[in-house]
Design a protein around this ligand. Structure first.
Ligand code: PHE
Length: 356
């Protein structure tokens, strides 16, 4: 064989010309091109194999020229592939990605996320607002940072009133006249001040108390407080609404009882228990063997509170109640630790299913 007849220049030029004239249109064209020139048995690859036998200065010159050729041939193929994968344009086919390309982010389908589930506290809140909403209670909202007057003073907690100790308070250090509300009764003060009577409102929201965090108490929790003010509102009205609420939550066989209690803004005041829904009143660990569990505080609005908010207590009377959403949810679902609500552990949250 006359090796001097082989010319690297000519061989490379032949491949270059052939590649430049090749029809790459369509997926099939590009693939044929890749097989002919760039695959393991392709012509460019074959030249590289022959090149391995070279040595000395020739190797360097041929090597540079070969690299340039490969780049040229590859570029044509890449351009053709990219043209097809930029979208559903003419001849475009996103599935015909070249093997050396990454995924085409423009056409990659998004991951499929499953439906989320509602937080158990949100489920209980919805349930409560739904019940009271059907009785004509409008939902009212207010700020979490309030002044002393809305949280305490208007509600008949005098400056030195010992009942302030019932609700360990986070004050704003720069101005202790402001604090994080300890109950959503502060919203009800705002509603009473509007002077639109009769008033029937429920105030859901987050409240804060400076309590040691434990399985049973937290420095933040949620309440739904209710307020009804009209002429001739009596304790019997309060009992009826709360009895209906208890049967709505725990079924028609539930019984309720009121125990005298104390809140500065209600007179008389009471705490309401329901028969333990786990043991039906026979005694178990949840009700501490008493047969009863406490679910809320309530009472008739103190006439002084009405007066503080510009309502004539000789004409109007009202009742109020306050329910802890965490407590109710813990009782309904037998959740042993209040901290679980705030840890965002999906294994916990997902147990409560999808909300309708
Ligand atoms: N505001 C009271 C509390 O947070 C609850 C309550 C509301 C009690 C209305 C009676 C009437 O402790």
């Amino acid at each position: 064989m006359a090796s001097e007849e082989f010319s690297w220049d000519k061989a490379m030029e032949a491949v270059r010309r052939e590649a430049a004239g090749f029809d790459l249109s369509g997926e099939a064209g590009a693939e044929a091109y890749r097989l002919k020139f760039l695959s393991k048995k392709g012509e460019v690859t074959a030249l590289f194999e022959a090149f391995r036998a070279l040595s000395g200065p020739e190797k360097k010159a041929v090597g540079q020229a070969l690299n340039a050729l490969r780049q040229e041939v590859e570029t044509r193929w890449k351009e053709a592939s990219a043209g097809r994968s930029t979208g559903p344009g003419p001849g475009g086919d996103p599935s015909s990605q070249g093997p050396s390309e990454g995924p085409d982010l423009a056409t990659l389908p998004p991951p499929v996320w499953g439906r989320g589930s509602r937080h158990p506290l949100a489920l209980t809140r919805h349930l409560m607002l739904d019940f009271f909403g059907k009785l004509g209670f409008r939902w009212s909202d207010g700020p979490e940072l309030v002044d002393d007057w809305h949280n305490f003073e208007a509600l008949h907690f005098g400056a030195d009133h010992p009942a302030r100790d019932m609700q360990d308070t986070f004050f704003v250090s720069l101005d202790p006249a402001y604090l994080l509300r300890t109950h959503t009764s502060s919203v009800q003060v705002k509603e009473m001040m509007k002077g639109q009577l009769p008033l029937r409102t429920v105030s859901p929201g987050r409240v804060y108390r400076n309590e040691t965090v434990s399985a049973r108490s937290h420095m933040q929790f949620h309440q739904v407080e209710g307020l009804y003010i009209d002429q001739d509102v009596s304790f019997a009205d309060l009992k009826k609404v709360l009895y209906d609420f208890a049967t709505f939550l725990f079924g028609p066989s539930v019984q309720i009882r009121f125990r005298p209690s104390y809140f500065p803004f209600t007179e008389p005041s009471a705490e309401m228990d329901v028969t333990c829904f786990l043991c039906s009143g026979t005694g178990c660990g949840v009700c501490k063997h008493s047969g009863w569990v406490e679910i809320l505080g309530c009472g008739m609005v103190d006439p002084q509170v009405l007066e503080n908010c510009g309502i004539d207590p000789d004409v109007y009377s009202g009742y109020a109640f306050g329910i802890g959403i965490e407590r109710l949810t813990m009782l309904r679902h037998r959740i042993p630790d209040i901290r679980l609500f705030y840890e965002n552990d999906l294994r916990f949250v997902r147990q409560f299913g999808h909300a309708g």
